[in-house]
Design a protein around this ligand. Structure first.
Ligand code: ASP
Length: 409
């Protein structure tokens, strides 16, 4: 069986077993506790190993990428283009969220208590965009700081690359070792996907989704719309690539990110796909993918737009043109500031709600369905990173079209 098929089978089995556990209350028996603990352990080990390699993976691949960057690619041009495209797609995503939500007539529902559910510890408090102590940034896992540091080291090394050949060779060798480790960890994906999904679906009841059906299905619809239409239009407009192939190559990445609900934890997997499935040159992918995983969150922006509209309606708050502009601006900033970890997007909603004057208790309402929405929006977040990476790579002539076109369903 191919790797993709294995992942799909484990995904289906994970969901089926999770739902069965939930519906039959098996989860409350001693067997249920034993199985949940086991699922928890495997999920934890897998996600931790992925997070473990993020820092060295990004550092070595960016430095090697920049050193190997041919003189025709300017790193500042690459940076500006990437940031611009990431921001534009985020603004499109929020606008779609608000637009489609405005067609829905929401009925008020009962409010619960906020304190029990929101985990404030998850909020990233370090507002400094530029690093001043790289060791602290590394231990905090601050990806933006790491990116800036790696780019600076890469540029400096590239300037004297003829003098430091042995040093550069060491970097390439380290890079190879890390890539080997990535392959090893990723080979466990089918088992991990099964455990993560079985665990999630055994704890999320179907009835939670039903009570918030309107909001839930609006978000799902807009996510799908953005995924299918915005990304194909962008690929069609800015590249000579075939959008259908773009989606075909995305299959594994979507399933993987659906299971992890974390753009950051998915970086190793996404990078591998960028290179091996899309034919994106390493020198481009190692820059655009980790940056996108950190700041480009189209799916999160869609959820934030829909959630703001939904709760504003429930609380009877009128959204005029001023409020809409405020939402688009704050949601763009909030989604950029959202960490690529599970549930970070819903916590960042507090920023938008404070601006618009929506009571924060409203967030508790959304939490019941947020785990499932998180899985879907993370897939859209990472697909957006790959879409922009293809556009950038194609504009720099750094995409191997033979590799891009080589997959079939
Ligand atoms: N889980 C999302 C991600 O990692 C962030 C979010 O909660 O929206 O991309």
């Amino acid at each position: 069986m191919s790797f993709t098929k294995k992942i799909i089978v484990s995904m289906i089995l994970g969901i089926l077993i999770g739902v069965t556990f939930n519906l039959t209350s098996l989860i409350e028996s001693s067997l249920g506790t034993y199985v949940t603990n086991l699922l928890d352990l495997v999920s934890y080990l897998f996600l931790s190993s992925l997070k473990l390699i993020i820092v060295p993976l990004i550092f070595f691949s960016i430095v090697c990428g920049i050193v190997s960057l041919s003189d025709d690619v300017s790193i500042s041009r690459l940076g500006i283009k990437t940031l611009l495209l990431y921001t534009i797609t985020t603004v499109i995503a929020i606008s779609l969220g608000l637009l489609f939500s405005s067609f829905i007539n929401y009925e008020p529902i009962e409010m619960k208590n906020l304190d029990s559910v929101i985990n404030i510890e998850n909020i990233e408090t370090d507002g400094n965009i530029f690093p001043n102590n790289i060791f602290k940034s590394l231990s905090d896992g601050n990806i933006i700081h790491l990116l800036i540091f790696a780019v600076l080291i890469g540029i400096s090394a590239a300037r004297i690359k003829n003098r430091i050949k042995t040093f550069i060779q060491y970097f390439y060798d380290f890079n190879d070792v890390i890539n080997e480790l990535v392959k090893l960890i990723i080979s466990f994906t089918p088992i991990a996907v099964f455990c993560i999904l079985a665990k999630t679906f055994s704890t999320q009841g179907i009835e939670t989704i039903m009570s918030l059906a309107g909001y839930f299905f609006t978000v799902v619809f807009v996510l799908l719309f953005h995924f299918l239409f915005t990304f194909s239009i962008l690929i069609k407009l800015f590249t000579a690539l075939n959008p259908v192939k773009f989606f075909q190559n995305l299959k594994d990445v979507v399933i993987f990110t659906f299971s992890t609900s974390s753009s950051s934890a998915s970086i190793p997997f996404t990078l591998k796909a960028a290179e091996e499935k899309y034919g994106i040159d390493k020198s481009i992918g190692t820059f655009t993918v980790p940056l996108g995983a950190t700041i480009n969150m189209d799916g999160t922006a869609i959820m934030q737009g829909c959630a703001t509209f939904f709760l504003a309606s429930l609380y009877g708050i009128d959204l005029g043109i001023n409020e809409i502009i405020t939402i688009v601006i704050t949601a763009t900033i909030a989604s950029i500031g959202t960490a690529g970890i599970p549930s970070a997007g819903i916590i960042m909603l507090t920023v938008i709600f404070t601006q618009i004057g929506i009571p924060l208790e409203g967030i508790t309402l959304l939490l019941g369905v947020d785990r499932l929405l998180d899985m879907m929006r993370t897939s859209v977040n990472v697909s957006g990173d790959l879409c922009i990476s293809c556009i950038i790579a194609s504009s720099e002539n750094k995409i191997n079209e033979e590799v891009f076109n080589s997959r079939t369903l």
